[in-house]
Design a protein around this ligand. Structure first.
Ligand code: ADP
Length: 379
């Protein structure tokens, strides 16, 4: 073995000291642990954010040193610690839905990156970096609050306009000639479109701010679909489309009826929107062991293959849909999918351009709901 010269040893030592200085002064919180997850180092930013000295943390796990909480504010147990996951899997972990607790008991949201430190194929420790994202959360919350308020305020005048048009159409303000009637129904349609856009924006904002709350009720699949089909029949008729109810099961599931209705509504309304006149839209349901699958099949314009992976993205509209129906928002499917996930289910589809599409909604019979997302008080 080569003996290192005095100069080399000094250089290595200098570099080590400088690295420690860099780590010590970095703006992010840095905590390093040994291979069992026991803290061996915490830099100044970590001390400042957590409000405790390194000496108080040494030898403890991150969970012992400062509580770690999930997005719902539930304290993590040692066995759920992301550090242990990293030790086990030896892969980097990243999360922005965690909270750490200061010594004074206040929690703050963090962007957390935990990486294994591997030397010569062996795990020698863990490096955990975190940033306090309280400010980003506040800005995001203000943005959402503002947009929520704006869309809420816009809904009231639009509903007023709708009511006034309907009053005029009923003849309560005197007889209307053909031309006036035509204009009025055009204004009605534009207003309806604005109401739809606002309501979809509202749903997206609710989903993003974590304020969609899931209820648990007994829901009869055939009943709920039948009700929606009856409600949507006039819309389908206007487009010359026939809605066919092929549901032969009478399964009762445990889910949120309103959210489920909203999803089915989006799927049927898309099937109508993207069908050709005199097409049929068939609604069916299957009872599987743990899930039910509701399908909505149309023989309309379909989705081009190379665009199929994008249609659940917010605002995305396939090229053929933009020509066939210029007035879409590209939000419905995104909302429907997020709603389905809220119920512990999913949406998927098969489609062929110019042949039609079938959208499938899978919903568990007993929903093991995704937990509600909520902002924690900074206490
Ligand atoms: P919108 O219908 O307002 O455009 P959606 O989010 O509901 O928005 O749908 C996104 C896109 O997915 C549509 O623009 C269309 O390209 C495609 N799509 C959804 N459902 C169907 C369907 N049944 N047939 C053909 N294309 C569909």
């Amino acid at each position: 073995m080569k003996i290192k010269s005095h100069q080399t040893r000094k250089t290595i030592k200098d570099i080590k000291v400088r690295c420690e200085d860099f780590l010590e002064n970095i703006g992010d919180g840095v905590i390093t642990t040994d291979q069992s997850g026991r803290i061996i180092f915490a830099n100044r930013s970590a001390e400042r954010m957590l409000g405790c000295k390194t000496s108080e943390m040494i030898g403890k796990s991150l969970i012992e040193a400062c509580g770690v909480f999930d997005e719902n504010g539930d304290r993590l147990f040692e066995k759920d610690s992301p550090i242990l996951q990293v030790i086990k899997k030896k892969t980097t972990f990243q999360g922005s839905s965690y909270y750490l607790m200061r010594k004074n008991g206040n929690k703050f949201p963090v962007n957390l990156t935990i990486s294994p430190v591997i030397a010569k194929n062996k795990l020698i420790g863990i490096i955990d970096t975190f940033q306090d994202i309280t400010k980003d959360r506040e800005i995001e919350r203000l943005r959402l609050d503002f947009l929520m308020l704006a869309s809420h305020q816009l809904r009231t005048p639009l509903s007023g306009i709708k009511w006034m048009i309907e009053t005029m159409q009923r003849g309560s303000t005197g007889d209307l000639n053909q031309k006036q009637n035509d204009y009025l129904s055009r204004i009605y349609n534009v207003n309806e479109r604005m109401i739809r856009i606002i309501s979809e924006m509202f749903s997206v904002l609710n989903l993003e701010s974590g304020t969609v709350f899931v209820k648990k009720d007994k829901v009869s699949v055939d009943k709920i679909c039948k009700e929606i089909i009856i409600l949507m029949n006039p819309v389908a008729k206007e487009d010359g489309v026939l809605l066919q109810n092929n549901i032969k099961i009478s399964t009762v599931i445990e889910t949120d009826p309103q959210i489920l209705s909203a999803i089915i509504n989006y799927l049927i309304s898309n099937a109508i929107d993207y069908s050709f006149a005199s097409n049929k839209v068939i609604i069916s349901a299957k009872d599987l062991r743990k899930d039910i699958i509701i399908s909505v099949e149309d023989s309309g314009i379909g989705i081009p293959v190379d665009e199929q992976n994008k249609i659940f993205e917010k605002f995305y509209r396939a090229s053929n849909a933009r020509i066939f129906k210029p007035n879409g928002t590209g939000l419905g499917l995104n909302i429907a999918k997020s709603f389905a996930e809220k119920l512990g289910g999913d949406i998927y589809f098969k489609s062929k351009e110019n042949k039609g599409s079938t959208f499938y909604l899978r919903i568990p019979k007993k929903s093991n709901y995704i937990k509600q997302t909520k902002y924690l008080n900074k206490k």
